[in-house]
Ligand binder design. Structure first.
Ligand code: FAQ
Length: 328
């Protein structure tokens, strides 16, 4: 079994019923007033548990997300693209650092989070379990996956938990550079040779389904949205974020002359909402539960990194005297 049990089985609302009602009411009143909750403040166990789950998954997504693009650093076309991609990948790993630190403020040690990632206990974003076959796949990630991440993170940054919001403010600033870089890469392919345009179109066709999955299950199937929105951890629903992404980026994709592999995709001018074919939610469940095209490969890479880096962590933590050279 991978992740928190059967995919959409609700996390049990243990804690809220047993919380001190006066403290709970004061906590909810603070959230209602738009105050930030800080690590030393009283909070219900469920709030702590949900935040750890969400921030930890987000942190894992950043380090795993560095892998598909990371494989393109040495093959990126030209020195400038190599430099930019290397900086972007480094930023993503830095985002993980910020997010692990934010999750640690809630009491879960970083080593335990990393153990839970490599053992397959924790989830991370579905989208990084697909292969980046071509340079255009890497461009899709840099432009559109980053765009989706920004839609989500700008919303979450207005949330109630101080350390997570502050981490997200910084992350969003960096992500906006990634978005510009990714857009530039895609424009280059769109205005290039026929072969380049075909390569980009093929990437859009491959990644569209996972991109639709990226914002999470439809609202009616979302397990955690209700409590997370009540406590202002999530500031907009999965469907609203998906709709916002479509609103902002479908016209841009069309403008570049590409098509989107969904004949039913159109904006309903009366509701202002996009209509689309539901992506394959069975595939989503398989992927987030460990059975996607690259899950095993991604975790194997992380496992190796953990094992090879163990001596470095041990050396950093060891008392100084152990490292006196024989000549000293
Ligand atoms: N992938 O009840 P809900 C990035 C799971 S960062 C995998 O609706 P919730 C940067 C969910 O965990 C991308 N699993 O869940 C970058 C739950 O399972 P559980 C990551 C997913 O939490 C760019 C179950 O389904 N961003 O890309 C996904 O209310 C480029 C039920 O779902 C964040 O993590 C999914 N897509 O809403 C890096 C942002 N969706 O835990 C490199 C923070 C749902 O009960 C290159 N997270 N599940 O076993 C969030 O905003 C929320 O957690 C959602 C999901 C919106 C992702």
């Amino acid at each position: 079994m991978y992740g928190g049990g059967n995919t959409f089985e609700p996390m049990k609302a243990t804690g809220v019923e047993n919380e001190d009602p006066v403290k709970l009411a004061e906590f909810e009143a603070r959230i209602e007033r738009g105050e930030k909750i800080e690590p030393h403040d009283w909070m219900p166990q469920l709030y702590r548990k949900q935040l750890i789950r969400m921030i930890e998954q987000h942190a894992h997504s950043e380090i795993i997300g560095a892998l598909p693009e990371g494989t393109w650093i040495t093959r990126a076309p030209g020195f400038k693209r190599k430099l930019a991609l290397m900086a972007k990948v480094q930023d993503e790993v830095g985002h993980a650092q910020l997010l692990y630190s934010a999750a640690e403020t809630l009491g879960k040690p970083r080593e335990q989070m990393l153990d839970d990632l490599v053992s397959g206990k924790s989830k991370y974003s579905n989208i990084f379990n697909y292969p980046a076959f071509t340079w255009a796949d890497s461009c899709f990630i840099s432009w559109l996956v980053d765009a989706g991440a920004i839609v989500n993170q700008l919303a979450n940054a207005r949330g109630s938990y101080g350390p997570y919001c502050r981490a997200l403010d910084r992350i969003c600033a960096e992500e906006s550079f990634h978005l510009k870089y990714g857009h530039h890469c895609v424009i280059h392919l769109a205005t290039g040779t026929e072969k380049q345009r075909e390569m980009m179109q093929a990437a859009i066709n491959r990644w569209w389904g996972p991109m639709m999955h990226f914002f999470g299950p439809p609202d009616k199937a979302s397990v955690h949205s209700e409590i997370l929105m009540r406590w202002k951890v999530k500031m907009s629903s999965n469907d609203d974020q998906r709709n916002q992404f479509l609103d902002m980026y479908v016209p841009k994709i069309w403008e570049l002359g590409f098509t989107i592999p969904d004949p039913n995709l159109k904006k309903n001018t009366e509701t202002g909402k996009w209509e689309y074919t539901e992506p394959d939610w069975e595939e989503f469940k398989r992927v987030i539960n460990g059975d996607g095209p690259c899950n095993a490969e991604r975790l194997a890479v992380r496992r190796t990194a953990e094992e090879r880096g163990r001596w470095v962590r041990k050396a950093l933590l060891a008392p100084k005297t152990e490292y006196v050279t024989p000549l000293a």
